[in-house]
Design a protein around this ligand. Structure first.
Ligand SMILES: Nc1nc2c(ncn2[C@@H]2O[C@H](COP(=O)(O)OP(=O)(O)OP(=O)(O)O)[C@@H](O)[C@H]2O)c(=O)[nH]1
Length: 358
């Protein structure tokens, strides 16, 4: 759980930051896009209103002339403009408050003017329209200018916002990635430390602490519960002579080679360790005395015929081995260890280069 947690945390942070960045971009596009549509509609309708005003100006001399098709046309244009200004007022309610108030102000003034002309310009005189029209035209022109300026200002603001959102997204992603890589490296570093803490530097076998930590569990959790477990303790004979005769570095090479041989001979389920100095241990699940002796004999034989590297080529290397076997589920590890140690003591005192059972 503790080993997986940093990775889950890093992946979670990266995912979360990516999701928030995408949400931010999505929110901006969702909020900005409809506002752009509202402003576009206002600009188009205002331009059409300006066209209506121009039409009214060109038709104003027909005002009050009964049954004239041009006078009828004038009435229609005035109605259309009146209707258009109301639609504009409706659309303007969707603007942000500050802009809405200004736009509604222009529209109220324009509506007041058009109400003087429509809906019955047929009864109006040219003079009435001539008085009202310049005010209406300039109000709508002012509205058009206001909308264009707001639009250009808004576009600049949108561009800046998009830039900020993009930079923020990139930053969030970068922070997420940096965090992910940092946690990954931390995880690798702590794995390496864990490995160093449980391994013997020279032989890469388990060290004493790790072996003593694991061996009792392996003994207690054997399956089936009454299956035999053999404990073998091994000690190189007169190893001091190799150190004294050929130097410590050569002694190191011999220890390393012995560790490699032990790994080769042991099964995957065995627990091999260098307990310290020239002393090794092998815990073998599912191995009775006969199996353990066979393995011990192989190790003893291989050690005797070790092809020692120069300059220790002429030296004679042998190993003494003590074995103890546990056949009962409730056997205690320290008792088993003591028996194997006594057997090793016997092997040492009965000539070395031999195996004894305890
Ligand atoms: N090269 C090397 N030598 C070590 C290391 N650790 C312990 N030794 C040496 O291993 C030797 C062990 O010597 P002893 O315990 O007296 O045993 P022995 O000479 O093998 O004699 P017996 O066990 O009685 O057969 C000592 O000389 C230690 O200095 C190591 O990491 N590298």
């Amino acid at each position: 759980m503790t080993r997986v947690f940093p990775l889950v945390l890093a992946a979670g942070v990266t995912l979360l930051s990516t999701a928030s960045a995408l949400l931010l971009l999505g929110y901006l596009s969702q909020v900005r896009q409809p506002m752009g549509v509202v402003r576009d509609a206002l600009i188009i309708e205002t331009a059409r209103s300006q066209e209506n005003v121009a039409s009214i100006a060109s038709l104003k001399q027909f005002a009050g002339i009964d049954n004239s098709p041009r006078a009828h046309e004038l009435t229609q244009v005035a109605d259309t403009l009146q209707h258009r200004l109301r639609t504009l007022a409706g659309t303007a309610t969707r603007l942000p408050t500050s802009q809405r108030d200004s736009v509604v102000g222009y529209l109220q003034r324009a509506e007041h003017s058009i109400n003087l002309i429509a809906p019955s310009p047929l009864s109006d005189t040219t003079a009435d329209i001539t008085d009202t029209l310049p005010g209406l035209a300039s109000t709508i022109d002012e509205l058009a200018i206001y909308l264009m300026e707001t639009e250009s200002h808004q576009r600049k603001l949108d561009r800046r916002l998009a830039l900020v959102a993009t930079v923020l997204t990139a930053l969030v992603l970068m922070v997420g990635m940096v965090l992910f890589v940092a946690l990954l490296r931390l995880e690798r570093h702590s794995n390496a430390l864990r490995y160093l803490a449980m391994t013997d530097d020279l032989t890469q076998l388990y060290n004493r602490r790790q072996w003593l930590d694991q061996a009792p569990h392996l003994l207690a959790l054997r399956r089936p519960a009454d299956s035999p477990v053999a404990l073998m303790l091994l000690d190189l004979d007169n190893f001091k002579r190799i150190n004294d005769g050929y130097g410590h570095p050569t002694g190191d090479k011999v220890l390393k080679s012995f560790g490699e041989m032990l790994k080769r001979v042991a099964r995957r389920s065995d627990l091999a360790a260098r307990l310290g100095g020239d002393e090794f241990a092998l815990l073998m699940p599912q191995a009775d005395a006969r199996n353990a002796e066979t393995v011990g004999e192989r190790i003893r034989h291989e050690t005797e015929h070790f092809d020692l590297t120069q300059p220790a080529g002429g030296a004679n290397l042998t190993v003494s081995i003590g074995i103890a076997v546990s056949s009962h589920a409730d056997d205690d590890f320290s008792t088993l260890y003591r028996r194997a140690d006594q057997a090793l003591y016997q092997a040492k005192h009965q000539g070395r280069n031999c195996i004894r059972l305890g």
